[in-house]
Write a protein that binds this ligand. Structure first.
Ligand code: GUN
Length: 293
């Protein structure tokens, strides 16, 4: 049986570390980190994510605030809200929850966030700094993936890492980090995406396979080699009447059969998801301590 990469356990360890550091900071008279979140509209998943982020802050003793707007908000009004948080000294970092309504230019909004407060790491300045191996906010999910590899001591130097999915939030930054001159990193990276021909030709060569697509069951056992390390970033809500919430979270990897061949694998839920949440807290801590800029 493979080693399960237990993101839930690791995330609670990271939260415990942050909680203790916050207690020390407070008793030394320091300013407690403050995370703000902007949420536009009533998308169920987005509401859940933002509420979870606020709850995480409470758990580690951070301050937080949430700004909710109707999906009729104009781009100009939203840019104004971003600017208010940019200039609010009480707020160390903030996020604009995605997706945004279609009438709003996402790139424009993300670029309006002050890089120093961009704890999601989505601003082009942070992306560029990350790609240049300069101190930067690493987006929360890539942070979570890297931290899982690191805390389980998984060797990455010289390994072939195949990334499936080239999103701006996960696949693209993860491929940069895995190829960078760091640990985890120093890997030979193949970035595959929707136009990749013969996907299994690449996935079968992976020593480390990182999948971030959002298609349940995309990766099957015949597509991987024995001993592969599998990181499944997919979390798709699939209707399931037996669950209290009415849905189950499904990864991109067909877990049962792929697990039989893997040396290490993340479960869904309980793998990358909790680590993503820990990543945002870590960035908020760094923002409060001015450790990046
Ligand atoms: N939507 C899905 N994932 C994310 C994330 O990490 N940050 C933000 N702001 N929105 C998201």
């Amino acid at each position: 049986m493979p080693i399960l990469l237990d993101g839930k356990k690791l995330a609670s360890e990271i939260k415990e570390e942050l909680k203790n550091k916050t207690i020390q900071l407070k008793s030394a008279g320091g300013k407690v980190p403050h995370l703000s979140a902007i949420l536009v509209g009533t998308d169920g998943a987005s509401q859940t994510y933002v509420n979870a982020k606020v709850k995480d802050c409470e758990e580690v003793g951070f301050e937080s605030s949430k700004f909710v707007f109707d999906d009729t908000i104009t781009e100009e009004e939203l840019l104004h809200e971003v600017d208010k948080l940019n200039n609010d000294d009480r707020v160390d970092g903030f996020i604009v929850q995605l997706p945004l309504p279609k009438h709003i230019n996402v790139d424009k909004v993300l670029s309006a966030i002050k890089p120093e407060k961009d704890v999601d790491g989505f601003h082009p300045v942070n992306f560029g700094r990350m790609a240049s191996n300069l101190p930067a906010y690493i987006p929360a999910t890539p942070y979570g993936v890297m931290e899982l590899l690191k805390r389980y001591d998984i060797p990455t130097r010289g390994k072939h890492c195949v990334v499936v999915g080239r999103s701006h939030i996960v696949g693209s930054p993860v491929s940069i980090l895995m190829g960078s001159a760091n640990y985890p990193g120093d890997a030979t990276v193949t970035l595959t995406h929707r136009f990749t021909e013969n996907l299994e030709h690449y996935t079968k060569q992976a020593d480390i396979l990182i999948v971030a697509v959002g298609k349940p069951g995309l990766i099957t056992a015949d597509m991987v080699k024995e001993g592969v390390v599998v990181i499944d970033v997919g979390t798709t809500r699939v209707a399931d009447a037996t669950k209290k919430a009415g849905f189950a979270l499904k990864g991109d990897v067909l877990f049962e059969t792929v697990a039989e061949k893997a040396s290490h694998i993340t479960p869904v839920p309980g793998g990358v998801g909790p680590m993503t949440r820990a990543g945002l807290l870590m960035n908020t801590w760094l923002a409060a301590k001015n450790e990046i800029y």
